[in-house]
Design a binder for this molecule. Structure first.
Ligand SMILES: Cc1ncc(COP(=O)(O)O)c(C=O)c1O
Length: 209
């Protein structure tokens, strides 16, 4: 939005609840700059096709992995990558309700590109690269030191939290409407999932019991 770009919403594929590839193709125009797949429910969007489309059209890919931190995606050639590491940028949220949550607001951006990393570091700090020299108009989005310290401790438990929530979809499928169940099962069967982030359902379930 800061760049003056217009977000165009694309619906999900009803079988996987991830962004629809047909929907992306229909939404593309000559003005499209980037695709932003939101990996949902601990599963990854169809990155094979998304990366292919992005390459063909010279588009950036920004993965939102806030709902799938730790999920792995397997490409057709058997390569496996973590959510947030396949596009130009991967983003996540450390909001307290997330699997890796701090005690206030926080988030992170990942990239394998040095130029983008440098730019991101500058933009989160008012556009400053060298102290008091502002190359770009940035924002104040630094991670608070207290939150970082909390995250450092909680990060060590992330795998445990992940293991803890993993078996629950099987149980919860009994309580969900059939369409939702088949969506989950299709998604679960279609890719190796190391992590299933369904805390929102966990909360609903607690409410139901
Ligand atoms: C998939 C996804 N992306 C982004 C966000 C926004 O995170 P934040 O409020 O930390 O910016 C959320 C928060 O719920 C989310 O679930």
């Amino acid at each position: 939005m800061l760049l003056g770009l217009k977000p165009v919403l694309v619906d999900v594929d009803p079988n996987t609840f991830q962004i629809s590839i047909d929907g992306i193709k229909k939404a593309l125009t000559h003005r499209t700059k980037a695709i932003i797949p939101v990996h949902l429910f601990g599963q990854c969007a169809d990155m094979e096709n998304i990366i292919q489309i992005a390459k063909e059209r010279n588009l950036s890919v920004i993965e939102d992995s806030a709902q799938a931190l730790g999920a792995k995606y397997q490409f057709l050639d058997s390569r496996q990558s973590f959510a947030g590491t396949m596009g130009d940028f991967g983003t996540t949220s450390f909001f307290p309700s997330k699997n890796l949550g701090c005690f206030g607001d926080g988030g992170a951006i990942c990239t394998n590109r040095d130029d983008l990393a440098q730019m991101a570091r500058s933009l989160i700090n008012h556009g400053m690269k060298v102290r008091y020299y502002y190359d770009n108009v940035g924002v104040n989005s630094r991670l608070d030191t207290i939150q970082a310290a909390i995250l450092n401790v909680k990060l060590k438990s992330l795998d445990n939290i992940t293991c803890h929530v993993k078996p629950q979809p099987v149980f919860m499928t009994w309580l969900l409407p059939p369409a939702t169940v088949s969506g989950f099962q299709a998604g679960i069967q279609n890719q190796p999932i190391s992590f299933i982030n369904i805390r929102w359902l966990q909360m609903d379930l607690t409410g139901m019991i």
